[in-house]
Design a protein around this ligand. Structure first.
Ligand code: GLA
Length: 722
């Protein structure tokens, strides 16, 4: 394909989208897709390339006479050598593609567009959508493939986004982990052989979060040009970063498709998941803040806006499958007394469910545990002024269940292959309309009859033999699960949903639009959570981060921490309590109530602004919530005992421009000050506090009192200097 030479300097040849912090510039290359010219920190208005890309690139030896630079949607086989955004064929034919027409339609001028690309020879069309969210500084990208030819188009890959990364990109960071140990950070050097990551577990997964952050030379936690992208998808996912001949990299993200999974008849289309892509000059924190803003912008809260995140009591670790009405009522009483606002009845409430070997699918109250149904407990809870929440795992089925005995074919399976169980359960085929209808009909009456305000929606296994009539059904499974969630949301719009999958196995920006909280991990050991929270917060906002005060020793690790530390760690997310409160000594109950009151006083601040995370060194880490002008809540945690005589001050780089600030020590009411090492300055932080220059805090740092391991001090920083 020969590329027409463009007039080099007419603005109409360029597509420009500006966010607050970033700019995207593409060059029109009709009939081919627009070429990526720039994606990076915000350029001044009107800053455009002086010349068309082609006119600036001398042709290297051993090259095509018309080389194809990186475009919004590269193709294979007709001159394209970079990883293509599409892999498709029609019974072995039309494996090579090139666009014959390109039309750009601005849906919101300067902000959102659709790029319509046609390949008249291969018989297909692609629509690439781009939208810049100016405040979030995030581009939302997505692609739709439409088959316009004869026969069947077999699709192996459709990139949801193709994002350029500059030559100075150095490292890729993301998170991995497992059940009970989510959000373990990884960091890989970017080299000429690129980077890739594939999730084949059928749901978002504990180990292959579908997103990453790429830093450039010199970038770090708070400064430097840093890129981020995440796929809004709750299933199989592929990410690929490929070095290209001009020294840049291209980053593709998309749904991972099983062989033969997508076969489009004429007129059929495949819609990719969306990608959130961002860039910031403020390092990892800048990217995290943009992601938080983008996920907030996609959120769909009952009533339109987020209500203060209510304090939960979850029954799981305190009771597991042992449900006794009198005990649960007493637990609810104890919860209400300490200030809990939502009581969530976890697994164990439904027909025959005494352990994890049976009953998933039989969604009606167990007659032995709840002879009068759930009403007595629900009304007891709501009578105490709390919301009632209920655990469900709709997508699952135990072979030992009435549902399975009636409909064994409803489980995802492949004939001739074993039905591989995990936690004794199989997965229902959510692509089937009648399966979704059954779940609505079975769970729905409970929501109709009782004031249930909340569902904790679980998914406790990976997918295997995910087949429907012999064909791969991963894609339809995700679409079906989302459709079921949407159906619940439509019918009961006031009900919030928590996304859980053995803790954090389904945390992604796709499910975020239909749910309101993530259960971050089944591990609620506070030290472990300190390891997970920075990774979680890199991609998702704090108000969705389910974080509970658990018991000591923690069930998942056997480690113990003080109640104060457990509470201080849980404080910054969506707070909950998860143990048998009835057994807590009165003095500790009073302490816990003080922490809960503290959370309620500060939650708007914790959940409404920006988040910064940092390490001061020698076992000290910090997290600040608020605004860069200085209205901040600062949590300083000591994780390990000090090895230095004097603790390193906590430097707060985001305050460089903040001017003078008043720093005050905060603590829950009634809790007495801890030993501060005897230095008088720390006493002055009590009460009215001390005025300190923001520039000083940024450059030199805030002194830290003597702290024991696994403890926290909290400060407020404010503009109020009086
Ligand atoms: C999963 C969840 C837990 C709990 C159990 C119940 O493991 O992550 O919080 O709900 O299921 O079986």
């Amino acid at each position: 394909m020969s590329k027409p030479v463009l007039e080099p300097d007419t603005a109409a040849d360029f597509i420009v989208l500006h966010g607050r912090d970033c700019t995207a510039v593409l060059e029109r290359a009709d009939p081919g897709p627009p070429l990526w010219r720039y994606w990076g920190p915000r350029l001044p208005d009107g800053a455009l390339p002086e010349a068309a890309l082609e006119s600036t690139r001398p042709l290297p030896s051993f090259s095509l006479d018309a080389e194809q630079p990186l475009s919004l949607f590269p193709l294979f086989g007709v001159g394209g050598f970079t990883a293509p955004a599409l892999a498709a064929h029609r019974a072995g034919h039309d494996f090579a593609q090139a666009f014959t027409a390109c039309e750009i339609v601005w849906t919101v001028p300067g902000q959102a567009l659709v790029c319509r690309l046609t390949d008249a020879v291969a018989g297909l069309e692609v629509e690439v959508r781009m939208e810049m969210h100016a405040d979030a500084s995030t581009l939302t990208l997505g692609a739709t493939l439409i088959h316009t030819g004869e026969g069947v188009l077999d699709v192996g890959w459709l990139a949801a986004a193709v994002i350029p990364l500059p030559p100075q990109s150095t490292e890729v960071r993301t998170v991995t982990g497992r059940h009970n140990a989510e959000f373990v950070p990884t960091c890989d050097l970017l080299g000429r052989n690129g980077w890739s990551r594939e999730n084949r577990r059928g749901l978002t997964s504990h180990d292959r979060f579908p997103g990453a952050v790429v830093t450039t030379a010199g970038a770090g936690p708070h400064t430097g040009t840093t890129y981020g992208a995440q796929l809004a998808w709750s299933g199989n996912a592929v990410q690929r970063i490929e070095w290209i001949d001009d020294g840049r990299w291209q980053w593709q993200l998309g749904e991972g498709l099983a062989p033969g999974e997508i076969r489009l008849a004429r007129g059929e289309r495949l819609v990719s998941p969306e990608v959130l892509a961002t860039c910031s000059a403020h390092g990892l924190d800048g990217v995290a803040q943009n992601f938080h803003a983008a996920v907030r912008a996609r959120s769909d809260w009952p009533g339109g806006t987020m209500a203060p995140r209510k304090v939960h009591l979850n029954t799981w670790e305190g009771f597991y499958f042992r449900h006794r009405l009198d005990e649960l009522k007493a637990l609810a009483d104890a919860a209400a007394e300490v200030g809990v606002e939502r009581f969530v009845l976890d697994d164990g409430w439904f027909h025959g469910r005494d352990d994890d070997t049976s009953s998933l699918g039989d969604w009606w109250p167990d007659a032995a545990k709840y002879p009068d149904g759930l009403a007595p407990l629900v009304h007891h809870v709501t009578g105490l002024g709390m919301d009632f929440g209920l655990w469900v795992e709709p997508e699952m089925i135990n072979p030992d269940s009435d549902l399975y005995r009636a409909h064994p074919d409803w489980a995802l399976h492949l004939d001739g292959r074993p039905r591989i169980t995990a936690r004794n359960q199989l997965v229902l085929d959510l692509g089937r309309e009648e399966v979704r209808a059954y779940l609505l009909d079975r769970i729905g009456p409970l929501l109709d009859a009782l004031p249930i305000a909340y569902l904790k929606w679980d998914h406790n296994r990976d997918l295997t033999t995910a087949g429907h009539q012999g064909r791969a059904a991963y894609h339809t499974q995700v679409r079906g699960a989302w459709a079921l969630m949407d159906a619940f949301r439509n019918r009961w719009p006031g009900v919030e949903i928590e996304a859980c999958a053995g803790g954090g196995g389904r945390i992604d920006a796709g499910i975020a639009t239909r749910t309101h909280r993530f259960w971050t991990s089944d591990c609620i050991d506070a030290v472990s959570r300190m390891g997970m929270q920075p990774g979680y917060l890199q991609f998702m906002p704090p108000e969705r981060m389910g974080s509970h005060v658990g018991t000591a020793p923690a069930h998942s690790t056997g480690r113990s921490q003080s109640l104060d530390f457990r509470a201080a760690v849980a404080m910054t997310g969506h707070l909950g309590v998860e143990f048998d409160l009835r057994r807590l000594p009165q003095a500790d109950r009073t302490r816990l109530a003080a922490w809960i009151a503290f959370y309620k006083r500060h939650r708007d601040h914790l959940h409404g602004g920006r988040v910064w995370r940092g390490e001061a060194g020698d076992g000290l880490v910090w997290q600040a919530h608020g605004a860069a002008d200085g209205a901040l809540l600062l949590f300083v945690y000591r994780l390990t005992p000090a090895t230095q005589k004097y603790a390193p001050p906590v430097r707060l780089p985001m305050l460089a421009e903040a001017g003078p600030l008043r720093v005050r020590r905060l603590r829950p009411e009634g809790l007495s000050p801890e030993r501060t090492g005897g230095a008088p300055w720390f006493d002055r932080l009590e009460g009215d506090g001390v005025a300190v220059s923001g520039a000083w805090l940024a450059a030199s740092g805030l002194p830290v009192p003597a702290m024991t391991a696994e403890s926290c001090v909290i400060y407020s920083l404010s503009k109020d200097l009086t």
